[in-house]
Design a protein around this ligand. Sequence first.
Ligand code: ZN
Length: 167
Amino acid sequence: MVPFPPGFGHDAAMSELHFSRHEYYMRLALREAERAATHGDVPVGCVIVLDGEVIAAAGNERELRNSPLAHAEMIAIEQAARHMGSWRLLNTVLYVTMEPCPMCAGGIVQARIPHLVWGAPDEKAGAAGTLYNVCQDERLNHCLEITSGVLADESVALLRDFFQARR
Ligand code: ZN
């Protein structure tokens, strides 16, 4: 059970509470990552939150759909846009267990998402701080806030277990 901090979502001024909130939603994203592994997809999961409510949740479905575009973030962005009836995902927070790749970081910018929270860094494809920072490039027409490293150990453990099991 994920502990629900007192005053959850009502006192944005307390940074400690902010952190608990990020962990709470990242645990939901980790659950999506676990589901991805059950169909042979690399375990990456994503949730999108609007005013405290989860409006989209998806895992990586690249193998499941045989689609190079079916990363968790892309699927969740589609779901959230449908939910909001708009391509602009204003006032949302996107949580993803691994740092977005260039495609997904581009999608996050296109969707005008104001805040990205990611877990484990991706040294081979990370485009939100590691190799590139597509989300905070002032030459583009949208820059956003990034919180990185939330529950990174849990995310790395999932990925490690997945690749070890396949060997
Ligand atoms: Zn991606």
